[in-house]
Design a binder for this molecule. Structure first.
Ligand SMILES: Nc1ncnc2c1ncn2[C@@H]1O[C@H](COP(=O)(O)OP(=O)(O)OP(=O)(O)O)[C@@H](O)[C@H]1O
Ligand SMILES: O=C(O)c1ccc[n+]([C@@H]2O[C@H](COP(=O)([O-])O)[C@@H](O)[C@H]2O)c1
Length: 211
């Protein structure tokens, strides 16, 4: 190993977790998953990357990117290892993870990338753009959550040294559930960080008429 590619005090390459999501809104399931994977792989940093245009969610209205970006900043602000990137929201057009990983690699050539995703999202990975190339750019970490186990046939198609499944504490929270609760006037306290509850209220997100 040469001096130019070692950037941590221990001499190993930097490990950068990448947590991509629509985050409409970000919730404690996302934060626990990122925190667990950070510890599991001893990641130096986890960068949260809100999607610009999530093309596979085109059938439903998604909140404006700036709202989703700011809620992600609020939710991650207290953790010194968590950061937020604008690469996907500042790129025009549909968001593809292949572009996310290329952009982050250009920004951080010193780092090994670990893309963190839910098992449900990982099950669909061969429908993503340039799927086979994704595994050359990052190690994939699939988080299982209740009701979202990984399809074994899909798992078998991923190069075995480029994917790890991690069982995280069961947090059956989804953004869909948070939006529906807010629309129904039910509390979202403790499902999302306090600052995100306040942001949702302040900006009138997920109002009853807003579907
Ligand atoms: N409770 C959870 N535990 C672990 N991973 C999760 C959890 N909720 C979401 N994820 C994962 O986080 C990533 C980003 O998720 P996303 O922003 O789409 O949230 P979501 O709750 O699945 O949203 P929606 O209900 O709107 O589809 C995805 O890879 C998803 O699988
Ligand atoms: O690259 C693709 O074609 C692709 C298709 C669907 C989802 N993704 C990524 O998967 C992550 C989770 O997406 P989502 O829609 O479940 O929030 C997020 O980073 C998306 O950009 C990527």
């Amino acid at each position: 190993m040469t001096g130019s590619d070692t950037t941590t005090p221990s001499g190993r390459r930097t490990r950068l977790g990448v947590m991509g999501g629509t985050f409409d809104p970000i919730h404690h399931g996302h934060l626990v998953a990122a925190s667990e994977v950070q510890g599991w792989f001893d990641l130096d940093e986890v960068v949260f990357v809100p999607t610009g245009q999530p093309w596979q969610k085109a059938e439903r209205a998604v909140s404006p990117a700036e709202h989703r970006y700011l809620m992600t900043v609020i939710a991650t602000a207290a953790n010194p290892r968590f950061t937020v990137s604008r690469v996907d929201i500042d790129r025009r057009g549909p968001t593809y993870t292949i572009d996310t990983l290329r952009d982050l690699r250009a920004e951080r050539p010193d780092a090994d990338l670990y893309f963190i995703t839910g098992a449900d999202a990982l099950t669909d990975i061969f429908s993503w753009r340039d799927a086979d190339e994704l595994f050359e750019l990052a190690h994939f970490v699939g988080c299982t959550r209740p009701g979202a186990e990984m399809d074994p046939a899909t798992l078998a198609r991923i190069p075995h040294d480029r994917v790890t499944m991690v069982e995280i504490p069961a947090l059956a929270i989804s953004s869909t559930d948070c939006r529906e609760r807010q629309r129904a006037g039910q509390p979202v306290w403790y499902l999302v960080p306090d600052g995100v509850v306040q942001y949702i209220t302040k900006h009138g997100l997920y109002a009853p008429t807003d579907h």
